[in-house]
Design a protein around this ligand. Structure first.
Ligand code: SF4
Length: 444
């Protein structure tokens, strides 16, 4: 009999990818993905510690799940409840103590043992937050046209605001041969675009097929040669790990899309040092200049934290100056919020909430204006769009431009999976709308 599996995913693309693989892992055991938790036999919360008050929100969500679990029990059934991801890694046994109805708690690097944990949960509560000596993801079997592929896990940078080095462990790069083999499988299953994932993806330094070591630039060069792969992306990058080979890949590999998420967090050297980011604003600017010399149309995105402990008005102005100088196609910006266990959480000078809110509003107004202008600059232009799925309206498809903009256009469902030239007719705040250009008959 088919069992129902509901996974609620929070946070980054790594978690989205991990959730998809959990569904793959459970499918051979008769679990089909359900739309909601109500009647599920197995509910997994795949959590993210980056969210504000992440642990409290997880316990609140568990309260809701408990109501569904009780309803199942009243009907004589059983709902297994599991908490995975970074909150599970950070809170561990605390979750089993505070929410004793939870059956399984597992960290981000333990999900490939999920079938075994579910089997054990019949008899006991299961806690698995160990870091394996070697992380070996299995092939992701159902990619769609735009697929994700983990190449690297963990981080050794220890930014003072971030929990990732504590929850995801030390940096580990997968051997290139395994990544190339998986990318080949993804392409054979229909993927046209692959996004390479890692917490600090451009720190990649995996064993090369010849026995040496490759950085991300060399890996991208090899992956671009796989038949069927038309587009490559990678996320999330650290400015210190943009090396010559990666810049050369942006210049020489047409499949590498001209869009890069390169978080800077702050434009102030004082704040960058307090964050332990290991670079200055000037070094970041020079890295961007080198990238733009290599690929003149490259568009950038970034993360920003405002109100970091000790941030002065002058520090904040340095951030808005940097934003004006660089010019971003899109960005994510947040008020600093302390993460328990990180050094910045106990810094003596925390910024008052009203000042943080005011700075965030100023920064977001600037970033939204840049995003609007970037999108507007493509009105009347033709962009190649990889159609991924039906749009919200009948007869409409939605896909991505090279610059990761969502693009809507009228097109038949048979064009899903094709890269189609689209003339952009309108720029909306978060997406573009267009129509298929006359040369659309030429299949990319
Ligand atoms: S580089 Fe990124 S993942 Fe690593 S500690 Fe800094 S913010 Fe966290």
């Amino acid at each position: 009999m088919t069992k129902r599996l509901f996974i609620k995913t929070y946070g980054c693309q790594m978690n989205v990818y991990d959730s998809a693989r959990m569904a793959d892992l459970m499918a051979p055991f008769g679990y089909a993905v359900a739309a909601g938790p109500e009647d599920a036999d197995l509910v997994i919360l795949n959590t993210c510690h980056i969210r504000e008050k992440a642990a409290e929100k997880t316990f609140s969500e568990l309260g809701t799940i408990r109501r569904y679990q009780r309803a199942r029990e009243r009907e004589g059934g059983r709902m297994i409840v599991a908490v995975g991801g970074c909150v599970a890694q950070a809170e561990g046994a605390e979750i089993l103590e505070r929410a004793p109805f939870v059956d399984i708690v597992f960290g981000p690097q333990a999900y490939h043992r999920l079938p075994e944990m579910v089997a054990r949960a019949a008899a006991e509560q299961v806690l698995d937050t160990s870091f394996p000596a070697e992380y070996l993801p299995e092939t992701f079997a159902a990619p769609g046209f735009s697929a994700f592929l983990t190449v690297q896990e963990g981080c050794d940078k220890f930014c003072t605001f971030c929990v990732v080095p504590y929850t995801r462990g030390a940096e580990y790069s997968r051997p290139a041969a395994k990544i190339i083999a998986e990318a080949g499988q993804l392409a054979a299953a229909g993927a046209r675009e692959i996004t390479l994932l890692g917490q600090n993806v451009n720190a990649y330094h995996g064993a090369s097929p010849e026995g040496g070591v490759w950085g991300l630039g060399e890996l991208i060069g090899a992956l671009a040669g796989i038949p069927g792969i038309a587009r490559l992306r990678y996320t999330t990058s650290h400015p210190c790990d943009v090396d010559d080979a990666l810049i050369a890949a942006h210049r020489d590999v047409p499949a590498l899309m001209p869009f890069l998420h390169l978080p800077v967090q702050s434009g102030s050297d004082r704040v960058l040092a307090a964050m332990n980011r290991r670079h200055t604003a000037g070094q970041y600017r020079r890295t961007v200049e080198r990238l733009r010399r290599a690929r003149s149309d490259i568009a950038l995105s970034s993360d920003f934290i405002v109100g970091f402990p000790g941030e002065s008005e002058a520090d904040f102005r340095a951030t808005t100056d940097l934003v004006r100088d660089i010019g971003y196609a899109q960005a994510f910006s947040f008020k600093y919020s302390p993460r328990p266990g990180t050094p910045a959480a106990s810094a003596p000078v925390q910024i008052p909430e009203p000042a943080k809110a005011e700075r965030l509003a100023i920064l977001q107004a600037l970033l939204h204006e840049q995003q609007r202008a970037f999108n507007q600059s493509y009105v009347g232009e033709v962009l190649p769009v990889l159609f991924e799925k039906p749009g919200r309206h009948p007869g409409q498809l939605v896909g991505r431009s090279p610059y990761l903009q969502s693009v809507h256009a009228e097109a038949g469902a048979e064009r899903i999976g094709e890269i189609v030239p689209v003339t952009i007719r309108a720029a909306l705040p978060n997406s573009l709308a267009g129509e298929i250009a006359p040369r659309a008959e030429h299949r990319a």
